[in-house]
Design a protein around this ligand. Structure first.
Ligand SMILES: [Zn+2]
Length: 209
């Protein structure tokens, strides 16, 4: 993405947006802002910044380089990154808390889910979605690979950064968001699908544009 285009967005959209309470600086130097139309993004923006500083430098550089690359045209993204706290998004399933799609240039986080999560779990969720951005950045096959494999790798990446890949699932069970199923009564293929679904519960990735 052209530097001029980025600067224009910062001057004409983000800075005025911060003043009127719809945008929150995440990494303003790199043109990364959070959009929250409801003006309730303060806590999430703070936790995003905290999470960002905990990610190793090489990974942060990789993510920033990806967001600034020409790759954005391929995914029809006007501006990268597009990070939003919202009530819903196209293809959102009940229980989804985060969503990285359009080549990792667009991140969506579910406002109501986030409000209920403890700070540490929100940080783990953010790290998980940023791990997906890394997967796109390094050219991993994100559209035809098995969703279960994609999630496993994202979890491994975030764990290598020092985050807890299991906390979201633990919280979801404790908060009653996830139900237990009698696994013994299921067929092998049902079990496989359930495992894949459980693994990506609330942390989906956008496989389609
Ligand atoms: Zn995921």
């Amino acid at each position: 993405m052209l530097a001029e285009q980025r600067n224009e967005m910062i001057a004409n959209c983000f800075r005025p947006g911060v003043k009127n309470g719809h945008y929150y600086p995440l990494m303003p130097r790199h043109g990364a802002y959070l959009l929250d139309f409801k003006g309730k993004g303060e806590r999430f923006a703070r936790l995003f910044r905290e999470t960002w500083t905990r990610i190793p430098l090489y990974a942060r550089r990789c993510i920033l380089k990806h967001w600034k690359s020409d790759d954005v045209h391929r995914f029809a993204v006007y501006y990268s990154p597009s990070i939003e706290l919202s009530d819903t998004w196209d293809g959102k399933k009940p229980g989804d808390a985060g969503y990285a799609h359009r080549g990792g240039h667009s991140l969506r986080f579910a406002r109501r889910r986030i409000e209920k999560m403890p700070d540490a779990v929100v940080c783990d969720l953010i790290a998980h979605e940023l791990a997906h951005v890394c997967q796109w950045a390094i050219g991993e096959d994100m559209t035809s690979s098995d969703a279960f494999d994609i999630e496993t790798i994202a979890d491994e990446i975030m764990e290598s950064w020092g985050f807890d890949a299991e906390s979201i699932d633990r919280w979801a069970v404790e908060a009653g968001v996830t139900k237990f199923v009698d696994v013994d009564k299921l067929t092998e293929s049902q079990k496989k699908r359930l495992r894949a679904r459980a693994k990506r519960a609330g942390r989906g990735i956008g496989l389609y544009l």
